[in-house]
Design a protein around this ligand. Structure first.
Ligand code: NAD
Length: 368
């Protein structure tokens, strides 16, 4: 494993300036000597770039490799992040990563429809995997990915960055501390107005659906960690104002409701045709919690019936990678799981929401 000193020496030697990032104090302490998770990013697009830049401020995780189908992007990243030629792969030859002892994990930030096959290939190459959300297009694919990682004895984690966000964690702590009393209701609103009609997010094969796969998943996942239970039933309604832009199987707007074993209920909205929708609200017998914005890159803002939430803003992807390094290298347990099984629950719920929207029927769920 590389040490922090090794990392700093290499950065200094490369004479490449670090991008200007909000430097969270703890993530930049200069005397870290412990193990470092060596990461290769697959898919050098918008989110992959964000993760790479955020990782510059990590002490326990370091970007050391890339997998891309575009040679010019590889050259650019090699320059920006000091990536050696031997750690660069394309989509045809990345199985060879199994012979590379300098890469511990591959972080997959490609379109959703590619995750299944890519995770299985990375696992077969004996490397740990971090996969972006949604982990797969449906629960069947998700289960196959979990099985492949188990068989290969590698860790599978999913990029649930909100599971490490301080205000979110404070609400979870308060809920566990009974500050809100018996939980009765959760509302999750997630949406934005999507642009370019030719992008992969509006292509059923690559996206697996529409807004629900991309942004509605935050409300699904959020309902579970805010309420602290697994839903036992789902109802859903789909509406479409633009069937040309949002083709068959690509949802524009879906509203969905959950019921939980305690009797709590959730009401959520996922859409690609409205802005200013990024809000969580949790209501209990003794109090409430509200986050708005709730799942954007931040700063997340929130208050509860006890007052404003004042936890500091962090770069989500920096904290996520620090914590994931702890999980993979040290067996650390996160407060809210980020493993394949956690993501599989979301996929089972997504399957159920689509079924409920299609049939108009209430769909029962068994997640535990
Ligand atoms: P993007 O379009 O910006 O990047 C996708 C990358 O995949 C591009 O570099 C593209 O060249 C590459 N790619 C490889 N094969 C491709 C193919 N066959 N078709 C299209 N592109 C191909 O997308 P993004 O916004 O970076 O999203 C990537 C993944 O990250 C998605 O799964 C998305 O849901 C997830 N994501 C997560 C967050 C988060 O906050 N956790 C935010 C944004 C995106």
């Amino acid at each position: 494993m590389n040490s922090r000193r090794d990392f700093l020496q290499k950065i200094a030697a490369s004479a490449i300036a670090l991008p200007l990032l909000p430097l969270a104090g703890w993530a930049n302490s200069s005397n870290y000597e412990g193990p470092v998770l060596r990461v290769a990013i697959m898919g050098l697009g918008g989110y992959g770039t964000r993760v790479a830049e955020a990782m510059q401020a990590c002490k326990k995780a370091k970007l050391v490799g890339v997998i891309s189908g575009t040679p010019a992007k590889i050259t650019d990243w090699q320059g920006r992040f000091s990536i050696p030629e031997k750690n660069c792969y394309n989509y045809e030859n990345f199985d060879r990563i199994k012979d590379n002892k300098d890469i511990d994990v591959v972080y997959i930030t490609t379109p959703n429809g590619l995750h299944h096959d890519q995770v299985i290939r990375v696992a077969a190459a004996g490397k740990h995997v971090i996969c972006e959300k949604p982990m797969a297009l449906n629960a069947k694919e998700g289960q196959e990915m979990i099985d492949a990682c188990k068989k290969a004895n590698v860790t599978l984690l999913v990029g649930y960055r909100m599971h490490f966000e301080p205000k979110t964690l404070e609400i979870i702590r308060m809920r566990k501390n009974d500050d809100f009393g018996k939980i009765l209701f959760f509302q999750g609103l997630c949406g934005f107005k999507i642009g370019d009609p030719t992008q992969w997010r509006l292509n059923k094969q690559l996206a697996g659906g529409g807004s629900l796969m991309d942004i509605g998943i935050y409300a699904i996942n959020g309902a579970r960690y805010m309420v602290g239970e697994e839903p036992t039933w789902v109802t859903a309604q789909e509406t479409k104002t633009d069937p040309v832009k949002f083709k068959d199987g690509v949802d524009e707007t879906i509203q969905f409701q959950f019921g939980f074993p305690s009797g709590a209920v959730a009401s959520c909205l996922s859409t690609y045709s409205m802005n200013n929708l990024d809000r969580f609200f949790l209501n209990g017998e003794k109090g409430f919690a509200e986050l708005q914005p709730s799942t954007g890159y931040g700063p997340i803002k929130g208050r509860t019936s006890k007052g404003e939430l004042t936890q500091p803003h962090v770069t989500h992807q920096t904290v996520q990678m620090e914590e994931m390094a702890g999980i993979i290298l040290e067996g650390k347990q996160p407060i809210v799981p980020v493993n394949g099984e956690e993501a599989l629950k979301d996929l089972k719920i997504i399957d159920a929401i689509y079924l409920a929207a299609k049939t108009g029927q209430k769909v029962d769920l068994k997640l535990t």
